[in-house]
Design a protein around this ligand. Structure first.
Ligand code: FAD
Ligand code: EPU
Length: 349
């Protein structure tokens, strides 16, 4: 700790396994250590104009070039129940805790609300960054507050639910406060009595297959784990960052036109009247040439997953630029065929 390493490979720090380099790297396990590192770096570089990259598990990043700045790995640990009331448990977790381990801890203790978010890679600190979501639940549903360190002002700030401006794969930290804060801890408000959410996707079906007769948060977690494992590639086996693009939202009138042309289009109807399109379906319908789908496509070591077209892959030695270039041709082909512009979910470095 407290050493700034020079010119390190980031390969082991990103789930895409891209072999780029960062010219400075350090990790910290407390706010004090973070502060010391920032001061030290400022002295070394003698500049206020430094560039920082805060790293959790590296599961939502694509390095398209080497990183020129200080890469800081957040390893702040600790899980603590800080308060409870009649219906809720308030649980405080260090940003460097592994997300899935945190979910398993909550399930073991009987704290409900995060079971649908089982097996999402990465750390607690990144969970509010894009308001992680899966199987009908988003972090905003269980979020209470977070603490974040303001890099320039050198102070800790508390953010409440409203402050975070959560949206679909969005928060204030990806938008107007981008790059300004290091999230150091998150407090979640979990339920003492579970409100089971099994309506999304194949959960019901999976529970039946598992022979579950009595619903529990553990059973839902296991069902989600089974579904995810059947279609999402394990980054330990093959490099990826989950969904590369977001599912695009369009208006109901735009949808009316599209669905008359493409009656099989896969959609989710939103409460605001708009429609969310399954980007995986859109991508599957397009390809590098007529009659060939992107799904299962591979060029060199960059590819598109054969079970989920929304997931781009590094089969081994692809560069971040090759993955990015593939994402660009996919994006253009979807735009051409459907008139819909996909937005990348993965953070491009
Ligand atoms: P990183 O990749 O390390 O960082 C992501 C971004 O957050 C970067 O911009 C980074 O600078 C910033 N950041 C990280 N930590 C901090 C911090 N403490 N303070 C300030 N900024 C920070 N996501 C979903 O929402 N739902 C899914 O179902 C899902 N499934 C996935 C499946 C697979 C197989 C994979 C590989 C990824 C999946 N993801 C999913 C994406 C990813 O797991 C999440 O976005 C996760 O929250 C990223 O966490 P991380 O710690 O790895 O963040
Ligand atoms: N589909 C296809 N072809 C494909 C992929 C999907 O036709 O290649 C269609 C199918 O009809 C399928 C539907 O799209 O039923 C939805 O697919 P899936 O259930 O796999 O979910 P998704 O919409 O592709 C989203 C999230 C995932 C999250 C799952 C479950 C985004 C961008 N992705 O994927 O999150 O785990 O729902 O809730 O919203 C991530 O963000 O990294 C991520 C993996």
């Amino acid at each position: 700790m407290n050493n700034i390493e020079k010119n390190i490979s980031v390969k082991q720090y990103n789930t895409f396994s891209i072999n780029a380099y960062s010219n400075n790297y350090a990790c910290f396990n407390s706010v004090e250590k973070l502060e010391e590192l920032l001061n030290l770096y400022q002295q070394i570089t003698n500049s206020q104009q430094n560039s920082f990259l805060i790293l959790g598990g590296g599961s939502n990043l694509l390095f398209t070039s080497n990183f020129d700045g200080l890469m800081l790995k957040n390893e702040i640990k600790g899980i603590q129940v800080i308060k409870e009331d009649e219906h809720h448990i308030y649980i405080h977790a260090g940003a460097g805790e592994n997300w899935h381990q945190f979910v398993l801890y909550c399930i073991e203790k009987g704290f409900a609300g995060v079971e649908n978010l089982s097996l999402i890679p990465g750390n607690v600190g990144a969970s509010p960054m894009q308001n992680i979501g899966a199987y009908g639940v988003e972090i905003k549903d269980v979020f209470h507050s977070l603490e974040a360190y303001h890099i320039k002002d050198k102070k800790l700030v508390t953010f409440t639910l409203n402050d975070c401006e959560f949206g679909y794969r969005e928060s204030v930290f990806k938008r107007k406060l981008k790059g300004q804060f290091v999230i150091t801890s998150v407090t979640y408000r979990l339920n003492k009595v579970p409100k089971f959410n099994t309506s999304y996707g194949a959960i019901e079906q999976e529970l039946k297959k598992m022979g579950v007769t009595e619903l529990s948060i553990k059973a839902i977690s296991d069902a989600v784990i089974n579904i995810r494992s059947s279609k999402l590639p394990d980054p330990k086996v093959i490099g990826n960052a989950g969904s590369f693009f977001k599912n695009p939202e369009i208006s109901s009138s735009q949808f009316a036109v599209l669905s008359s042309q493409f009656p099989n289009i896969v959609v989710y109807h939103l409460p605001n009247g708009n429609v969310k399109l399954a980007a995986g379906w859109l991508i599957e319908q397009c390809g590098p040439e007529n009659g060939v789908s992107w799904k299962g496509y591979r060029k060199g070591d960059a590819g598109c997953h054969e079970k989920q077209a929304l997931v781009l892959l590094n089969y081994g030695n692809a560069t971040g630029k090759e993955i990015f270039d593939l994402s660009e041709v996919i994006l253009q082909s979807v735009k051409e065929k459907f008139g819909v512009v996909l937005e990348r979910e993965v953070n491009i470095v």
